[in-house]
Design a protein around this ligand. Sequence first.
Ligand SMILES: [Fe+2]
Length: 199
Amino acid sequence: MSQLKELLVDQLQDLLHAETQLTQALPKMAEAAHHPELKKAFEKHLVQTEGHIERLRQVFEIVGEQAKPKPCKAMQGLVEEGQETIEEGTEKEPLAADLALIAAAQRVEHYEISAYGTARGLARQLGLPDGALLLSRTLGEEESADFLLTAISDPLIQQLTLNDLGANVNLESVDGEHDQKRVSAKPKKTARKTETSRV
Ligand SMILES: [Fe+2]
């Protein structure tokens, strides 16, 4: 086997293990998520991830090698961190817990984006356009998942800022130095009652 092909097989084995671990982690992330859009995003990505595993098997076939996973220590660490985030989230406000989940999930996405980009480049170089196309499709879905998480987090960050501001305002307003308009700032419609009541 050429060194280049060996390198690609190594990347594919790492990815196969990484994706398989994710199929176990994502349902827990979905269960822990409070915001319905975030829950939906994790559930959607679980379905996509199952497709990613199927595509990886197809790429192994194209390469002419057995679809064998190789322990991906990086993903093991990321999944462990995700588990910690879920546990710590039970002590947090829903907004903060969701944002921490998004932070953990985006680390996973970026890891995968980097790995699929490398694997696709190797497949192209090896003259395997069908393999490169399959890897490209998955890469696109990982990027979309990352964009979606950013889109979900933006209003949550705004809301959390408003909540923090509300908390500060209440304390500071005792000495009357504070801008009252900020106190009455209305949260966005997506906010839950428990959060809005603190503003
Ligand atoms: Fe994936």
